[in-house]
Write a protein that binds this ligand. Structure first.
Ligand SMILES: C[S@@+](CC[C@H](N)C(=O)[O-])C[C@H]1O[C@@H](n2cnc3c(N)ncnc32)[C@H](O)[C@@H]1O
Length: 311
């Protein structure tokens, strides 16, 4: 168990307040039966208990975390909290819940399995039951600043006089967790949504989004920043956008392999293909087409076993 990770989650007041408001909005005191799928320390489930939920079931697959939440429930004499030290998807015949909450969101949103978990939540929910979050939107925005791109090739700096370009190619094809500010973007183009997940619907592990921007003022394209916005319940949102209050999550940087100077009127065409499957990890590819520039396909380095390294 990484206690510091869970401490950071609890200390992220933007996250905690958004979940608290969502739970307060939907929990009916003395009536609602709440399930927390991926409960960690139990923090969100305990919040639901504090809002008057009739019962709270915590499902956590890391045994040491489940044990800690059990100890907290015992210490506070919370008889109406049940802890299941199991993967939620392995639970047979889960009791009916009126509300299922899952905070299994990563920096890239779907990589911790929230899509599969909340689709499986249909087995947990009574008719008309509520999922928190209810939906998710992913955004991308072209990056103009060179600061993160410039960090990607330290290989030549060791003074060995060798050509390390195969390593540089790999590091330009990876995804990076980074924090962006307005200074990293040209005034235009703006962020656009490229994927949306409605958690009530069957989750598709393979996903694809296509974006088109038209450049209004010239800049050099150094890749894309990616972030998400979750709708917890209608009207209550949690966002990792660079212009929103900071959370423990950051944005994702998807570099371009070779920066491209763009002029006003040029178009940027971006196709993102991803696959999020618990058993197979994350597959992420992004293909950029710009006028005059050749098409640049990047395959996240983690997946390069399947693809030859370029000479
Ligand atoms: C991001 S942490 C959040 C913990 C907690 N929900 C909170 O908000 O503090 C996600 C937790 O979900 C657990 N987890 C992920 N998938 C799970 C699953 N299918 N069943 C049970 N636990 C799961 C992980 O072990 C981890 O402890």
């Amino acid at each position: 168990m990484l206690i510091d990770y869970h401490r950071r989650l609890a200390a992220d007041s933007v996250r905690t307040e958004a979940f608290r408001r969502a739970i307060e909005r939907v929990v009916v005191p003395g009536v609602s039966r709440v399930g927390d799928l991926g409960s960690g320390t139990g923090w969100i489930g305990f919040m639901a208990h504090g809002c008057g939920a009739r019962s709270v079931s915590l499902y956590e697959r890391v045994p040491s975390l489940a044990k800690v939440s059990q100890a907290i429930a015992r210490r506070n004499r919370l008889a109406d909290i049940q802890v299941y030290p199991e993967d939620s998807r392995a639970i047979l015949d889960p009791g009916p819940h009126d509300i299922v909450v899952s905070e299994t969101l990563g920096n890239l949103a779907l990589e911790e399995g929230i899509g599969e978990i909340l689709w499986d939540a249909r087995r947990f929910l009574a008719p008309g039951g509520i999922r928190i979050p209810s939906a998710l939107t992913l955004y991308a925005r072209p990056v103009s600043s060179s600061r993160y791109w410039a960090e990607l090739d330290p290989w030549g700096q060791g003074g060995l006089g060798l050509d390390f370009s195969p390593l540089a190619v790999l590091s330009r094809q990876n995804l990076y967790v980074r924090t962006f500010s307005e200074a990293d973007f040209a005034r235009t183009p703006e962020a656009l949504p490229w994927d949306r997940v409605d958690f009530r619907l069957r989750f598709r592990a393979r996903r694809e989004g296509t974006l088109e921007w038209t450049v209004r003022e010239g800049f050099t394209l150094h890749g894309f920043a990616i972030w998400w916005e979750a709708e917890l319940v209608p009207g209550i949102r949690l966002s990792t956008a660079p212009d929103q209050p900071p959370t423990h999550w950051e944005q994702i940087y998807a570099p371009i392999r070779t920066p491209v100077a763009l002029d006003a009127g040029d178009g940027i065409h971006l196709v993102i293909r991803s696959r999020f499957q618990d058993s197979q990890g994350v597959d992420f590819r992004w293909q950029v087409t710009t006028p005059g520039g050749r098409e640049q396909l990047s395959i996240r380095a983690g997946d390069l076993e399947k693809d030859p390294v370029e000479d």
